[in-house]
Every structure is written in C-alpha cells, then in structure tokens.
Write a protein that binds this ligand. Structure first.
Ligand code: ADP
Ligand code: TRP
Length: 320
C-alpha cells in the first residue's frame, strides 16, 4: 500500500499542523510505503519571496525529520526536485472538466482572503492530482480542508482512465476526525492566517509569553467552572499531557480552586516537555545540514524512479 501526502512550505509549522498532519503521517509509516514531500510548487500560488521559500522548505524538512519521519523507511523529497509532476499536470489538465475545478472552494477562499487570482491558484487542484497520481498512491492522509481536492483527483483519474485506458490508481482520502481541528490561542481553529498559533519549535520565552497571555474569563479561581471540559487549556492538555492530566485538571477547574495563571503554567510545562526530544533532534539536524540535504536528494532520486515509468505509461497511453 502506498501512502502519499504533501505539506506546503508557506510558514512556520504549528501544533495544529503537528496533530492534524505530521503526527498521523509519522504513524502511517508503519502501515505501508510512505511518500512525503514538501510542496514548494504549490507554495508559489501564495508566496512570491524566493528567500522565504528556501528558508521555509528547509524548516519544514527539519520539522518533519525531527518529529519522526524516518528516511530509511519513507521517501521524502522537495516537490520541485521531481519536475515530472509538471508534465503530468498538463496531461491531466486536458481531461479535467472546467466545472469540476470551478467548484473547488479553496480558490474562492484564497480570493476572499485577499490573494490575487492567478492561473496557478485556479489550477492548483490539478497539480495536486498530479502529485498523487504520479505515484499510483492508494491512501492520501489530509485534513478535512483538503478532502475536496482528493475527490477532484479521483474524478480526474477516472476521466483519464476512461479516455486513455487504465493508467492511474484511484486514491482514497484518509481524514483523522480525532485531531481534525486543533483550537488556537483565541479558541478558533489554529491557523497561520489567524495569528493564533503555538509553534511546534517556538522559542521558550516567546512561547511562554504566548501561552501565559491566553485570555480566559474573569471568574475568580475559587468559583466552580461547570464548563471546564470546554476550557482551551483542557482541550490542549488532552493532546499533549500524559493520560489523566487533562481529566484531573478539568475536575479541579470544575470543583473550583484552580486559578487560570496556574492552569496556563501547567499547559506551558506539558507543551514544552512533549516536544523536548523532537527539539533536541531538530537542533542536531540543524547542525548537520549536509545530512538533511542528502536525505532530500536521495528521496528525490527514489521518487523519480517510481514516477518515471508511471509518467511514461501515461504519455504512451495519450499517443505522445
Ligand atoms: P494553516 O491553516 O495554518 O495555513 P495549512 O492549511 O498549511 O495550515 O495546513 C497544513 C496541514 O495541517 C493540513 O493537512 C491541515 O489539515 C493541517 N492543519 C492545519 N491547521 C490545523 C488545525 N488547527 N487542526 C488540525 N489540523 C490542521
Ligand atoms: N494542498 C495541500 C495543503 O495545502 C498540500 C498538498 C499538495 C498535498 N499536494 C498534495 C496533500 C498531495 C496531499 C497530497 O495542505
């Protein structure tokens, strides 16, 4: 079974990305052949600063490896190092129905957020289909926001196979409902675009300040909090504190007597401990960039070995 997913190098990764995308991807390495890449071609639809792109690509590579991506087991590369994906984007684009691409909500969402409309932003789902189909992927783990793109990929694969013969595997999306939406510092979905993130590998002082600055309500510490299960710190503790801590904290809040200052201190402590091993690993990797670049170069070579015959088959099927 082949599992494939991509992550855009569009900013600093936060704990929503970790629990929603990275952790599931790392766990899936045990279930099949994992193919994971950094989607730098995709990032061009919203980011135009070349230095920033290079910096982000390196940071995502360090983050992913530090969090447990095992290059001995999985193929890990930067999308643009396998440019075959661009050729496949064209082949697929010629069978992708206009109406299907026009229905993609991510394009409308991006315009609503102020990005300027471009052909690339519009055609993004076709590039994503090429990412997936170029490797005959079976399973595509993604967040809920990406489900429609995997459905579009399925439609494009079926269309192509109907037109030119059985070339592509039709993939399935896999959505983890348990960590589907990690809340941010303001209680809304955590997202780079909302400025409410807790970075996975943030600076200690800055992260402590962010967490201690979470606004709760004005009830006194002694007051019982019957709605303790909805408290943001309790929700986050469920993700990264050892079993029992979130439940115990929730009960102390419910009974009254636990102040929000102490609660946030506990939250910071568990956040900091949870990522301690990964943080040490990341520092080690950052001091050894030759190794990281070699992992990515080897990954690109392995990815090309898999992609080339599939692209060749598609070209021949089309009469090219
Ligand atoms: P952002 O919203 O910060 O721009 P992206 O859209 O780049 O994040 O998402 C990258 C990956 O992380 C996707 O698979 C997405 O589903 C997941 N993800 C992002 N934010 C969250 C969140 N708050 N909770 C769970 N998963 C998330
Ligand atoms: N579009 C995805 C996102 O923004 C990233 C991505 C690009 C991807 N190509 C992919 C995810 C292929 C899964 C499969 O999060």
């Amino acid at each position: 079974m082949r599992i494939l997913t991509g992550i855009q190098p569009s900013g600093t990764l936060h704990i929503g990305n970790y629990f929603g995308a990275i952790k599931p991807a790392v766990e899936l390495q045990a279930r099949g052949d994992a193919f994971y890449f950094i989607a730098d071609y995709h990032s061009m639809t919203t980011l135009t600063d070349p230095a920033k792109r290079r910096e982000n690509v390196l940071n995502v590579a360090l983050d992913f490896l530090a969090c447990g991506l095992d290059p001995a087991r999985s193929v890990f590369w930067v999308q643009s190092a396998v440019p075959e994906v661009c050729e496949l984007t064209w082949l697929l684009g010629t069978v992708a129905p206009m109406g299907l691409i026009e229905r993609a909500h991510s394009y409308k969402d991006k315009l609503a957020r102020g990005f300027s409309p471009s052909f690339g932003l519009f055609a993004y789902p076709v590039l994503m289909a090429a990412d997936i189909l170029l490797f005959n992927s079976n399973i595509v783990p993604v967040g809920r926001d990406q489900k429609q793109h995997v459905e579009i990929t399925r439609d494009i694969a079926i269309k192509f196979n109907l037109a030119y013969g059985e070339v592509f595997t039709v993939p399935e999306p896999e959505i983890r409902e348990d960590a589907a939406t990690v809340p941010g510092l303001d209680g809304q979905k955590m997202s780079k675009s909302y400025g409410n993130t807790i970075d996975i590998f943030g600076d200690e002082k800055a992260m402590r300040k962010k967490i201690m600055g979470i606004v709760m309500d004005s009830r006194t510490p002694q007051e019982p909090k019957p709605d303790a299960d909805k408290n943001l710190a309790v929700q986050l503790l469920r993700l990264f504190a050892p079993a029992g801590v979130a439940k115990d904290t929730e009960e102390r809040l419910r009974a009254g007597g636990l102040g929000y200052g102490d609660l946030k201190k506990t939250l910071f402590g568990h956040y900091w401990d949870y990522f301690a091993a990964a943080r040490a690993k990341r520092a080690e990797l950052a001091a050894n960039l030759d190794y990281v670049n070699k992992v990515l170069a080897d990954g690109a070579a392995r990815a090309r070995t898999v992609a080339s015959p599939i692209l060749k088959k598609a070209r021949e099927a089309c009469g090219l």
